[in-house]
Write a protein that binds this ligand. Structure first.
Ligand SMILES: Cc1cc2nc3c(=O)[nH]c(=O)nc-3n(C[C@H](O)[C@H](O)[C@H](O)COP(=O)(O)OP(=O)(O)OC[C@H]3O[C@@H](n4cnc5c(N)ncnc54)[C@H](O)[C@@H]3O)c2cc1C
Length: 422
């Protein structure tokens, strides 16, 4: 062709291939629903129960307990390990929203009662909020109006926070120390709470996956794949969706729009250490709230029963971490927690990571609403708040009196927001 003066310079029709077989109706059809087809001869067991709680993290396990204690025939179905197993086990009563503080105080009572019956490693601690600028000083100082807390000067850090605190660091001028905080072991807490439910006749189906839910008149039909790979179709009076990161798929099936979304948060735990806190105690929860290197908070505490430091860093921009893959930890995360913890206590620079991992905070609001069967959206607070929120859910379902803020926790409510110190 070149001999004829013709040069091919590009594609004359720069469009996508025209032979795609997919129609718009294949991609979206308002009529079609996912349905399960089973092999010839497969036996689908049928079963009935009053309450089926889907999701056995802190919230679902506690709902299971309270429904069973109320005498309801209750089944808890859990698959995989959600945020509760990935959290850093901290609790605090100090929230700028008095309703959330009320929820937290009731949770502390429940944690104390749990500990009376079973060792969940409950230990009272303090939260140490580091002050790096005037604005932080003012907002932390103002928070003393709604929390039992006191401000200390940098000179007191080695005495009040840790004798190993870096005496040469001048990043922080002060620290606000909040009292009445706590730590506990999530796995032990869940195990105990589930045990109480079982003692009251409840049944736990672990490693069993909820596959489908639909309304069937005034009941629900719930398809579950059991651990042994057999299927059970439950009919239940009430379906509680407490599936945390897995909740959305099932709210979609029931036509409920929650507007919740998962945000990845990363965490680490060190090897065992001697107690590093004030007076020979374990290290309290230390928090730096600077916007720094892509994070807006770095925090961690030492577990008394193992001596390990467990910590976390919250992303500065939730949107960047929404629905991100939990299977990797970023270099930025490893660097920021290493930098901060070694800056606080220089000896930590030589301490090994025992493990690193990630989990989701379900944002932006708690939804505790038996009318639509939702017990989810517990943000970064579900371990410390989950048990009492589940109790409120069950109380409301049973028609008992509940605090006025329950209407804010309903799906149509305004939510309970904590903006000062998330
Ligand atoms: C790194 C990190 C640190 C945190 N630190 C703290 C802290 O110090 N204090 C605090 O209070 N909170 C903390 N949180 C937040 C807290 O962990 C969560 O708010 C809380 O665990 C949520 O509990 P949940 O029961 O709603 O959800 P989850 O614990 O996620 O439980 C939901 C369960 O449902 C299961 N599930 C999902 N789909 C299905 C299905 N189809 N069938 C059956 N089961 C299913 C999930 O696998 C999971 O086991 C932290 C979170 C992270 C990620």
């Amino acid at each position: 062709m070149r001999a004829h003066g013709i040069e091919v310079t590009g594609d004359s029709t720069p469009r996508a291939p025209l032979a795609n077989q997919v129609t718009l109706g294949d991609v979206y059809s308002g009529e079609s629903r996912e349905h399960f087809v089973f092999g010839h001869g497969s036996i689908i067991e049928k079963a009935e129960t009053e309450i089926l709680v889907a999701g056995g993290g802190m919230a679902g396990s506690a709902a299971f307990r309270y429904f069973a204690e109320a005498g309801k025939r209750t089944i808890l179905v859990n698959y995989d390990r959600g945020s509760t197993w990935r959290c850093i086990g901290g609790g605090r009563p100090a929230f700028s929203n008095p309703d959330i503080s009320d929820i937290a105080m009731h949770n502390l009572e429940i944690f104390r009662d749990d500990q009376l019956h079973c060792n969940i490693d409950l230990k009272m601690t303090r939260y140490v909020n580091l002050v790096h600028d005037d604005a932080t000083y003012r907002s932390l100082d103002a928070s003393r109006a709604w929390s039992e807390a006191y401000m200390i000067d940098r000179k007191q850090f080695t005495e009040k926070i840790s004798p190993y605190w870096n005496p040469n660091d001048n990043t922080y001028s002060h620290a606000l120390i909040s009292e009445n905080c706590w730590q506990a072991t999530p796995g032990r807490t869940i195990e105990y709470v589930r045990t109480v439910g079982k003692q009251h006749g409840g049944q736990v189906m672990e490693d069993c996956e909820v596959l489908h839910v639909e309304r069937a008149g005034d009941k629900f039909r719930v398809l579950v794949r059991r651990h042994d790979k057999h299927y059970v179709e439950f009919t239940c009076d009430h379906f509680v969706n407490a599936m945390g990161w897995g909740a959305e798929k099932f709210t979609d099936m029931l036509g409920i729009d929650t507007q919740l979304y998962p945000v990845k948060h990363q965490a680490f735990i060190t090897r065992r250490l001697p107690n590093l806190g004030a007076g020979g105690d374990s290290l309290d929860m230390i928090i730096d709230r600077r916007h720094y290197k892509g994070f807006n908070a770095v925090y961690g505490q030492q577990f008394l029963h193992t001596g390990q430091i467990i910590g976390c860093a919250s992303p500065d921009c939730d949107a960047n971490e929404t629905r991100q893959n939990l299977k990797y930890n970023s270099l930025a995360f490893l660097k920021v927690v290493s930098e901060m913890f070694a800056q606080w206590i220089p000896g930590l620079a030589s301490v090994g990571f025992h493990a690193v991992w990630a989990g989701y905070y379900i944002e932006p609001r708690y939804i505790i609403d038996p009318e639509v069967g939702l017990l989810t959206g517990l943000r970064g607070h579900g371990f410390m708040l989950g048990q009492y929120l589940a109790k409120l859910y069950v109380d409301k379902y049973l028609g008992k009196s509940v605090p006025a803020y329950m209407k804010d926790l309903a799906i149509g409510g305004k939510g309970l927001s904590e903006n000062a110190f998330q």
